[in-house]
Design a protein around this ligand. Structure first.
Ligand code: ZN
Length: 379
Protein backbone atom coordinates (compact mmCIF):
# COMPACT_ATOMS: atom_id res chain seq x y z
CA UNK A 1 0.00 0.00 0.00
CA UNK A 2 1.21 3.45 -0.71
CA UNK A 3 0.43 4.78 2.69
CA UNK A 4 3.35 6.54 4.17
CA UNK A 5 4.67 7.22 7.55
CA UNK A 6 6.71 9.88 9.11
CA UNK A 7 7.35 8.65 12.62
CA UNK A 8 8.54 11.98 13.92
CA UNK A 9 5.43 13.90 12.93
CA UNK A 10 2.05 14.40 14.46
CA UNK A 11 -0.93 12.86 12.77
CA UNK A 12 -2.07 14.62 9.58
CA UNK A 13 -1.96 18.39 9.85
CA UNK A 14 -0.85 19.42 6.35
CA UNK A 15 -2.01 22.84 5.34
CA UNK A 16 -5.07 22.90 3.09
CA UNK A 17 -3.90 22.09 -0.40
CA UNK A 18 -5.04 23.17 -3.80
CA UNK A 19 -4.40 21.77 -7.27
CA UNK A 20 -3.43 23.95 -10.19
CA UNK A 21 -4.55 22.22 -13.33
CA UNK A 22 -2.90 24.77 -15.54
CA UNK A 23 -3.23 24.30 -16.70
CA UNK A 24 18.85 18.15 -74.33
CA UNK A 25 18.19 19.43 -78.03
CA UNK A 26 19.43 17.61 -81.13
CA UNK A 27 20.59 19.64 -84.26
CA UNK A 28 18.08 19.83 -87.11
CA UNK A 29 18.86 18.48 -90.66
CA UNK A 30 22.05 19.99 -92.00
CA UNK A 31 21.48 23.19 -94.08
CA UNK A 32 22.54 23.24 -97.80
CA UNK A 33 24.36 26.21 -99.51
CA UNK A 34 22.26 28.09 -102.10
CA UNK A 35 22.80 28.04 -105.99
CA UNK A 36 24.85 31.29 -105.86
CA UNK A 37 27.90 29.60 -104.40
CA UNK A 38 27.94 26.81 -106.99
CA UNK A 39 27.83 29.48 -109.78
CA UNK A 40 30.91 31.29 -108.37
CA UNK A 41 32.88 28.07 -108.37
CA UNK A 42 32.16 27.59 -112.15
CA UNK A 43 33.56 31.08 -112.87
CA UNK A 44 36.91 30.32 -111.25
CA UNK A 45 37.29 27.02 -113.26
CA UNK A 46 37.00 28.93 -116.68
CA UNK A 47 40.22 31.04 -116.17
CA UNK A 48 42.98 29.05 -118.14
CA UNK A 49 46.05 31.04 -116.87
CA UNK A 50 45.29 30.04 -113.31
CA UNK A 51 45.01 26.24 -113.70
CA UNK A 52 46.24 25.65 -110.21
CA UNK A 53 43.64 28.00 -108.91
CA UNK A 54 41.10 26.30 -111.14
CA UNK A 55 42.03 22.87 -109.82
CA UNK A 56 41.65 24.19 -106.35
CA UNK A 57 38.32 25.75 -107.21
CA UNK A 58 37.18 22.46 -108.74
CA UNK A 59 38.12 20.71 -105.59
CA UNK A 60 36.29 23.36 -103.55
CA UNK A 61 33.25 22.93 -105.77
CA UNK A 62 33.34 19.21 -105.27
CA UNK A 63 33.48 19.80 -101.54
CA UNK A 64 30.56 22.18 -101.72
CA UNK A 65 28.57 19.79 -103.93
CA UNK A 66 29.38 17.00 -101.59
CA UNK A 67 28.15 19.28 -98.86
CA UNK A 68 24.79 19.33 -100.57
CA UNK A 69 24.34 15.63 -100.32
CA UNK A 70 21.44 14.61 -98.16
CA UNK A 71 22.33 14.25 -94.55
CA UNK A 72 22.90 10.64 -93.63
CA UNK A 73 19.75 8.90 -92.55
CA UNK A 74 19.46 8.52 -88.86
CA UNK A 75 20.08 5.09 -87.65
CA UNK A 76 16.99 3.46 -86.19
CA UNK A 77 18.20 4.24 -82.74
CA UNK A 78 18.72 7.98 -83.35
CA UNK A 79 15.71 10.08 -82.40
CA UNK A 80 14.05 11.28 -85.56
CA UNK A 81 13.19 14.93 -86.25
CA UNK A 82 9.59 15.51 -85.43
CA UNK A 83 8.87 17.16 -88.80
CA UNK A 84 10.04 14.08 -90.74
CA UNK A 85 7.94 11.82 -88.65
CA UNK A 86 4.79 13.89 -88.95
CA UNK A 87 5.01 14.61 -92.75
CA UNK A 88 7.03 11.78 -94.24
CA UNK A 89 8.16 12.02 -97.91
CA UNK A 90 7.95 8.94 -100.12
CA UNK A 91 11.59 8.08 -99.34
CA UNK A 92 11.14 8.68 -95.68
CA UNK A 93 8.11 6.46 -95.65
CA UNK A 94 10.14 3.60 -97.00
CA UNK A 95 13.01 3.97 -94.60
CA UNK A 96 11.77 5.55 -91.37
CA UNK A 97 10.97 2.38 -89.66
CA UNK A 98 11.57 2.62 -85.97
CA UNK A 99 12.80 -0.67 -84.83
CA UNK A 100 12.10 -1.19 -81.18
CA UNK A 101 15.20 -1.75 -79.13
CA UNK A 102 15.48 -5.29 -78.02
CA UNK A 103 14.49 -5.57 -74.38
CA UNK A 104 17.43 -6.46 -72.22
CA UNK A 105 17.76 -10.07 -71.36
CA UNK A 106 16.80 -10.44 -67.70
CA UNK A 107 19.68 -11.41 -65.51
CA UNK A 108 18.84 -14.60 -63.68
CA UNK A 109 18.59 -14.00 -59.90
CA UNK A 110 19.23 -16.53 -57.22
CA UNK A 111 16.67 -16.62 -54.39
CA UNK A 112 18.65 -15.94 -51.18
CA UNK A 113 18.79 -18.62 -48.55
CA UNK A 114 17.37 -17.09 -45.31
CA UNK A 115 19.82 -16.83 -42.43
CA UNK A 116 18.71 -18.85 -39.43
CA UNK A 117 17.65 -16.59 -36.55
CA UNK A 118 20.17 -16.45 -33.71
CA UNK A 119 19.84 -14.62 -30.40
CA UNK A 120 21.97 -14.20 -27.29
CA UNK A 121 20.89 -12.84 -23.90
CA UNK A 122 22.78 -11.48 -20.92
CA UNK A 123 21.48 -10.48 -17.49
CA UNK A 124 22.99 -7.59 -15.57
CA UNK A 125 23.23 -8.86 -12.91
CA UNK A 126 22.07 -12.50 -13.00
CA UNK A 127 21.55 -12.38 -9.22
CA UNK A 128 19.05 -9.72 -8.20
CA UNK A 129 17.87 -8.51 -4.80
CA UNK A 130 14.20 -8.47 -4.03
CA UNK A 131 12.76 -5.15 -5.24
CA UNK A 132 15.74 -4.47 -7.52
CA UNK A 133 15.94 -4.14 -11.31
CA UNK A 134 17.82 -6.37 -13.78
CA UNK A 135 18.93 -5.15 -17.24
CA UNK A 136 18.28 -7.81 -19.89
CA UNK A 137 20.34 -7.34 -23.07
CA UNK A 138 19.37 -9.41 -26.12
CA UNK A 139 21.26 -9.42 -29.42
CA UNK A 140 19.79 -10.87 -32.63
CA UNK A 141 21.46 -11.47 -36.03
CA UNK A 142 18.26 -10.46 -37.88
CA UNK A 143 16.00 -7.45 -37.31
CA UNK A 144 13.58 -8.64 -34.66
CA UNK A 145 11.24 -7.76 -31.84
CA UNK A 146 11.65 -9.24 -28.38
CA UNK A 147 8.98 -9.69 -25.73
CA UNK A 148 9.59 -11.23 -22.34
CA UNK A 149 7.89 -12.20 -19.12
CA UNK A 150 8.63 -13.40 -15.63
CA UNK A 151 5.77 -15.59 -14.59
CA UNK A 152 2.84 -13.65 -15.99
CA UNK A 153 4.53 -10.27 -15.60
CA UNK A 154 5.58 -8.58 -18.86
CA UNK A 155 9.18 -7.52 -19.50
CA UNK A 156 9.13 -5.02 -22.35
CA UNK A 157 12.15 -4.49 -24.63
CA UNK A 158 13.20 -1.45 -26.64
CA UNK A 159 15.54 -1.45 -29.64
CA UNK A 160 16.84 1.30 -31.94
CA UNK A 161 18.10 -0.97 -34.73
CA UNK A 162 16.12 -4.18 -34.24
CA UNK A 163 19.36 -6.03 -33.43
CA UNK A 164 20.29 -4.82 -29.91
CA UNK A 165 17.41 -5.00 -27.44
CA UNK A 166 17.23 -3.72 -23.86
CA UNK A 167 14.62 -4.92 -21.39
CA UNK A 168 14.13 -4.12 -17.72
CA UNK A 169 12.98 -6.80 -15.34
CA UNK A 170 11.83 -5.52 -11.95
CA UNK A 171 11.57 -7.92 -9.05
CA UNK A 172 8.90 -7.49 -6.44
CA UNK A 173 9.88 -6.85 -2.87
CA UNK A 174 7.77 -9.91 -2.09
CA UNK A 175 9.34 -12.29 -4.66
CA UNK A 176 10.59 -15.29 -2.71
CA UNK A 177 14.36 -15.81 -2.67
CA UNK A 178 15.30 -18.59 -5.13
CA UNK A 179 15.10 -18.88 -8.91
CA UNK A 180 12.78 -17.16 -11.33
CA UNK A 181 12.60 -17.92 -15.04
CA UNK A 182 12.75 -15.13 -17.57
CA UNK A 183 11.08 -16.26 -20.81
CA UNK A 184 11.63 -14.39 -24.08
CA UNK A 185 10.05 -14.64 -27.54
CA UNK A 186 12.16 -13.38 -30.44
CA UNK A 187 10.08 -12.49 -33.52
CA UNK A 188 12.23 -11.79 -36.61
CA UNK A 189 10.91 -9.45 -39.31
CA UNK A 190 11.19 -12.32 -41.86
CA UNK A 191 8.79 -14.41 -39.79
CA UNK A 192 11.26 -16.66 -37.98
CA UNK A 193 10.71 -17.14 -34.26
CA UNK A 194 12.84 -18.27 -31.36
CA UNK A 195 12.25 -18.80 -27.66
CA UNK A 196 14.81 -18.26 -24.94
CA UNK A 197 14.78 -18.77 -21.20
CA UNK A 198 17.21 -17.57 -18.55
CA UNK A 199 17.30 -18.28 -14.85
CA UNK A 200 17.37 -15.28 -12.57
CA UNK A 201 18.36 -15.68 -8.94
CA UNK A 202 16.33 -13.70 -6.39
CA UNK A 203 18.28 -12.74 -3.26
CA UNK A 204 16.84 -11.77 0.10
CA UNK A 205 16.99 -8.01 0.66
CA UNK A 206 16.24 -8.29 4.41
CA UNK A 207 13.32 -5.90 4.44
CA UNK A 208 12.14 -4.89 7.89
CA UNK A 209 8.72 -4.68 9.38
CA UNK A 210 6.91 -1.74 10.86
CA UNK A 211 3.58 -1.08 12.45
CA UNK A 212 1.67 2.03 11.52
CA UNK A 213 -0.97 3.59 13.66
CA UNK A 214 -3.50 5.67 11.80
CA UNK A 215 -6.19 7.94 13.16
CA UNK A 216 -9.67 6.49 12.57
CA UNK A 217 -10.41 9.12 9.90
CA UNK A 218 -7.24 8.39 7.94
CA UNK A 219 -7.52 4.63 8.55
CA UNK A 220 -11.01 4.71 7.04
CA UNK A 221 -9.40 5.66 3.68
CA UNK A 222 -7.86 2.17 3.57
CA UNK A 223 -11.34 0.72 3.00
CA UNK A 224 -11.16 -1.42 -0.19
CA UNK A 225 -14.20 0.49 -1.45
CA UNK A 226 -11.85 3.50 -1.68
CA UNK A 227 -8.49 1.87 -2.38
CA UNK A 228 -9.62 -0.50 -5.16
CA UNK A 229 -11.08 2.10 -7.58
CA UNK A 230 -7.89 4.14 -7.17
CA UNK A 231 -5.76 1.06 -7.91
CA UNK A 232 -7.92 0.28 -10.94
CA UNK A 233 -7.37 3.82 -12.21
CA UNK A 234 -3.60 3.59 -11.76
CA UNK A 235 -3.16 0.04 -13.17
CA UNK A 236 -3.27 0.99 -16.89
CA UNK A 237 -0.94 3.94 -16.22
CA UNK A 238 1.61 1.74 -14.48
CA UNK A 239 1.34 -0.71 -17.40
CA UNK A 240 2.44 1.91 -19.98
CA UNK A 241 5.49 0.71 -21.94
CA UNK A 242 6.55 3.02 -24.77
CA UNK A 243 9.43 2.05 -27.08
CA UNK A 244 11.70 4.95 -26.15
CA UNK A 245 14.05 5.63 -23.25
CA UNK A 246 13.80 9.24 -22.10
CA UNK A 247 16.34 9.13 -19.29
CA UNK A 248 20.13 9.41 -19.32
CA UNK A 249 22.30 8.04 -16.55
CA UNK A 250 21.21 7.52 -12.95
CA UNK A 251 18.13 9.36 -11.65
CA UNK A 252 18.50 12.37 -9.36
CA UNK A 253 16.62 12.63 -6.10
CA UNK A 254 13.26 14.42 -6.47
CA UNK A 255 13.86 15.92 -3.03
CA UNK A 256 16.77 15.51 -0.64
CA UNK A 257 15.79 14.76 2.93
CA UNK A 258 15.87 12.05 5.57
CA UNK A 259 14.33 8.75 4.57
CA UNK A 260 11.65 7.94 7.10
CA UNK A 261 10.44 4.66 5.59
CA UNK A 262 12.40 2.45 3.25
CA UNK A 263 11.05 0.72 0.17
CA UNK A 264 9.91 -2.85 0.75
CA UNK A 265 9.19 -2.52 4.47
CA UNK A 266 6.50 -4.95 5.57
CA UNK A 267 3.67 -2.99 7.12
CA UNK A 268 1.02 -3.80 9.62
CA UNK A 269 -1.56 -1.07 9.95
CA UNK A 270 -3.57 -0.37 13.05
CA UNK A 271 -6.61 -1.20 10.91
CA UNK A 272 -5.37 -4.81 10.67
CA UNK A 273 -4.18 -4.54 7.06
CA UNK A 274 -0.85 -6.19 6.24
CA UNK A 275 1.02 -4.82 3.27
CA UNK A 276 4.46 -3.65 2.18
CA UNK A 277 5.82 -0.24 1.28
CA UNK A 278 5.86 0.24 -2.50
CA UNK A 279 7.97 3.41 -2.38
CA UNK A 280 10.35 5.51 -0.41
CA UNK A 281 9.25 8.15 2.11
CA UNK A 282 11.36 11.31 2.21
CA UNK A 283 10.78 13.74 5.06
CA UNK A 284 10.24 17.45 4.43
CA UNK A 285 7.97 20.39 5.01
CA UNK A 286 4.70 21.10 3.29
CA UNK A 287 5.54 23.43 0.38
CA UNK A 288 9.02 22.00 -0.32
CA UNK A 289 9.55 21.85 -4.10
CA UNK A 290 9.62 18.39 -5.71
CA UNK A 291 11.45 18.03 -9.04
CA UNK A 292 11.57 15.44 -11.83
CA UNK A 293 14.57 13.16 -11.20
CA UNK A 294 14.85 12.39 -14.92
CA UNK A 295 13.16 13.41 -18.15
CA UNK A 296 9.58 12.16 -18.36
CA UNK A 297 6.09 12.87 -19.64
CA UNK A 298 3.30 13.64 -17.17
CA UNK A 299 0.70 10.89 -17.42
CA UNK A 300 -1.23 11.69 -14.22
CA UNK A 301 -1.68 14.95 -12.30
CA UNK A 302 -4.58 14.85 -9.90
CA UNK A 303 -5.81 14.69 -6.32
CA UNK A 304 -6.52 11.13 -5.21
CA UNK A 305 -8.12 9.91 -2.00
CA UNK A 306 -5.42 7.53 -0.79
CA UNK A 307 -2.33 8.97 -2.49
CA UNK A 308 -3.42 12.59 -2.15
CA UNK A 309 -1.87 15.09 -4.56
CA UNK A 310 -0.34 12.82 -7.21
CA UNK A 311 1.94 13.13 -10.24
CA UNK A 312 3.12 10.18 -12.36
CA UNK A 313 5.89 10.56 -14.97
CA UNK A 314 6.43 8.14 -17.89
CA UNK A 315 10.17 7.77 -18.53
CA UNK A 316 9.65 5.26 -21.39
CA UNK A 317 10.47 1.55 -21.73
CA UNK A 318 7.89 0.67 -19.07
CA UNK A 319 9.48 2.87 -16.37
CA UNK A 320 7.19 5.25 -14.47
CA UNK A 321 7.72 7.27 -11.31
CA UNK A 322 5.07 8.49 -8.86
CA UNK A 323 5.06 11.43 -6.40
CA UNK A 324 2.30 11.28 -3.79
CA UNK A 325 0.82 13.21 -0.86
CA UNK A 326 1.62 16.51 -2.62
CA UNK A 327 0.06 19.69 -1.28
CA UNK A 328 0.19 21.21 -4.76
CA UNK A 329 0.31 19.68 -8.23
CA UNK A 330 2.05 22.11 -10.62
CA UNK A 331 2.00 20.17 -13.91
CA UNK A 332 -0.56 18.94 -16.42
CA UNK A 333 -0.99 15.64 -18.19
CA UNK A 334 0.95 15.62 -21.48
CA UNK A 335 3.71 17.96 -20.34
CA UNK A 336 7.31 16.84 -20.90
CA UNK A 337 9.49 17.54 -17.91
CA UNK A 338 13.25 17.72 -18.17
CA UNK A 339 15.43 16.50 -15.34
CA UNK A 340 15.15 18.98 -12.44
CA UNK A 341 11.85 20.58 -13.53
CA UNK A 342 9.47 21.29 -10.60
CA UNK A 343 6.36 19.13 -10.58
CA UNK A 344 4.65 20.02 -7.30
CA UNK A 345 5.04 20.74 -3.59
CA UNK A 346 5.42 18.40 -0.70
CA UNK A 347 2.36 17.89 1.50
CA UNK A 348 0.40 15.62 3.79
CA UNK A 349 -2.59 14.70 1.62
CA UNK A 350 -4.18 11.25 1.38
CA UNK A 351 -3.31 8.47 3.80
CA UNK A 352 -0.44 9.94 5.80
CA UNK A 353 0.72 10.61 9.31
CA UNK A 354 2.57 13.82 8.40
CA UNK A 355 4.09 15.79 5.52
CA UNK A 356 6.51 13.79 3.38
CA UNK A 357 7.06 12.70 -0.23
CA UNK A 358 6.22 9.14 -1.17
CA UNK A 359 8.44 8.43 -4.21
CA UNK A 360 7.57 5.35 -6.17
CA UNK A 361 9.24 3.75 -9.19
CA UNK A 362 7.51 1.18 -11.39
CA UNK A 363 9.17 -1.09 -13.94
CA UNK A 364 6.59 -2.79 -16.16
CA UNK A 365 4.13 -2.29 -13.34
CA UNK A 366 6.35 -3.74 -10.60
CA UNK A 367 7.25 -1.40 -7.74
CA UNK A 368 11.05 -1.37 -7.33
CA UNK A 369 13.46 0.39 -5.02
CA UNK A 370 14.04 3.95 -6.34
CA UNK A 371 17.37 4.22 -4.50
CA UNK A 372 18.98 1.73 -6.88
CA UNK A 373 17.91 3.98 -9.79
CA UNK A 374 19.87 6.90 -8.26
CA UNK A 375 23.02 4.76 -8.15
CA UNK A 376 22.96 2.93 -11.46
CA UNK A 377 22.36 3.87 -15.14
CA UNK A 378 19.63 1.60 -16.42
CA UNK A 379 20.11 1.69 -20.19
ZN1 ZN B 1 5.29 5.95 1.35
Amino acid sequence: MPASVSASRAATGGRPYHIRLNKTVGAGPRACPGPGRRSRASTVRSTASHWRVGSFAALLGLVLITGCLPAPMPSPTTPLPTALLSTPTATATATLTVTPLPSPTPTPTLSPTPLPLEATVSLEPPEVMQGHTCIVRATTNLPSRVVGRIRERPVSFVSEDGLSHVGLAGLRATDEPGELTLEMDVLADDGQRAQLTRALTVMDAGYRQETITLTPAVGALLDPAITQPELLRLAPIYALATSVIHWEGPFDWPFEGPITSQFGTRRRYSTGLVSYHTGLDIDGETGDVIVAPAKGIVVLADMLQVRGGAVILDHGAGVLSGYYHLSEVDVEVGQTLERGAPLGKMGATGVVTGSHLHWELRVNGVAVNPIEWTERAFR
